[in-house]
Design a protein around this ligand. Structure first.
Ligand SMILES: *Cc1c(COP(=O)(O)O)cnc(C)c1O
Length: 374
């Protein structure tokens, strides 16, 4: 018997191209025989997790013979207290990526659509297409606008036809780093019709200074069709554990709860995330390091004569003015892993995650060498 699984798979699945993750340090070290590779590729926090999270992980290990708490009581309680919300408004995910997938599963099917911006996070099309639904990609703001290559919220609102069930707004967006301020964002949310769920992806929001963006409580009070997604992968330094969450109305949370796996967040992640929340100093310290690192990279780009996009995240999109893949490859040979963004429609750009001052310095020097010899 011969079997062609491709002939059996769903159309949406056949249309997918797998997500390209940042290259792991261990892989490049193996390839180059180096032992000092720097990874500035996946927007991880160079400080890693809070010591409180590490201690909680250690402590959780003895309980690993049992299933995790499928309702995530302790973590939801900690999040509810932090955001002054009800636990019924929280959905936990295996990374916030999981929440994005759950949204697609609950609200999309063939014949329906999602809307997102050009240059927006790569998971939006993946989650959409897997369901057989279609993507409506809205052109980004022009490169010479006040927020170059950022989301055009007016055009996105205008794209929300009857068949659109999800609209994704990343604030700030990855890989551009661009953002929407409070007022324009609110005006946009007011225009999202009742037949559409607004997904506000705030994966990097802990890097944004307090008070610049509205709180989840304030936004959720006014927009019943809104879900805010957040993660412990970025500023909280727990990318390897895979834990994120959604904040929404209890109704949206209930629907997502119906399609998630019963134990979608593992026990170590639940323990670590709950403990991490009590170490806000870790976030403040990470923000300080990130701000000075961003400054270090901006000054370096200015010296190298390279343009970059405004960023509120822990990364910078840099226009290298030549094939981004070639610069990426040359940097790899010097032991520096960055990220190409050709799949985001930015073939001449690189995205660099902000590291420690030493890591940035090393990578900047490598970039300088690469550009002066190419
Ligand atoms: C990294 C990222 C996420 C998801 O990360 P998880 O590790 O799955 O929580 C979501 N949105 C954006 C914009 C991101 O950059």
């Amino acid at each position: 018997m011969s079997c062609d699984p491709y002939a059996l798979a769903l159309d949406g699945v056949l249309k997918l191209t797998p997500y390209q993750p940042g290259k792991p340090v261990s892989e490049l070290e193996r390839e180059l025989g180096l032992s000092s590779v720097i990874k500035l590729a996946s927007n991880e926090n160079p400080l890693g997790p809070s010591p409180l999270a590490l201690a909680a992980m250690q402590k959780s290990l003895s309980g690993l013979g049992e299933y995790p708490d499928g309702n995530g009581f302790a973590l939801k309680s900690a999040l509810a207290a932090r955001f002054q919300l009800q636990a019924t408004q929280i959905t936990l995910g295996n990374g916030s990526n999981d929440i994005l997938e759950l949204l697609a599963r609950a609200f999309l099917k063939p014949g329906l659509k999602s809307v997102f911006s050009e240059h927006a996070f790569a998971v939006y099309p993946l989650a959409t297409i897997a369901t057989g639904a279609e993507c409506k990609v809205v052109p980004a703001l022009p490169a010479d606008s006040a927020m170059p290559m950022g989301h055009d919220l007016d055009a996105m609102a205008a794209a929300l036809s009857e068949d659109v069930r999800l609209v994704f707004v990343a604030n700030p967006n990855n890989p551009t780093g661009t953002w929407a301020e409070q007022e324009p964002l609110r005006r946009f949310l007011e225009k999202v019709p009742a037949h559409c769920i607004a997904v506000l992806d705030e994966a990097y929001t802990e890097y944004v200074e307090e008070g610049r963006f509205e709180s989840p409580k304030a936004l959720l009070a006014d927009f019943p069709n809104l879900i805010i997604t957040r993660t412990f992968s970025k500023a909280w330094g727990l990318a390897g554990l895979r834990v994120g969450y959604g904040l929404s109305s209890p109704a949206i949370a209930d629907l997502l709860n119906r399609v998630r796996q019963p134990f979608n967040v593992n026990a170590v992640a639940l323990a670590a995330a709950a403990a991490a929340l009590s170490d806000n100093d870790h976030i403040l310290q990470s923000r300080v390091i990130n701000n000075s690192g961003l400054q270090q990279w901006r000054e370096a780009c200015d010296q190298l004569g390279l343009d970059y996009l405004p960023s509120l995240g822990n990364f910078l999109a840099i226009n290298v003015q030549r094939d981004g893949q070639a610069v990426f490859d040359a940097l790899l040979r010097k032991g520096v892993i960055t990220r190409t963004v050709g799949v985001y429609g930015m073939p001449q750009w690189l995205r660099v995650s902000i590291g420690t001052a030493e890591q940035n310095d090393f990578a900047i020097r490598a970039l300088h060498e690469v550009l002066s010899t190419s």
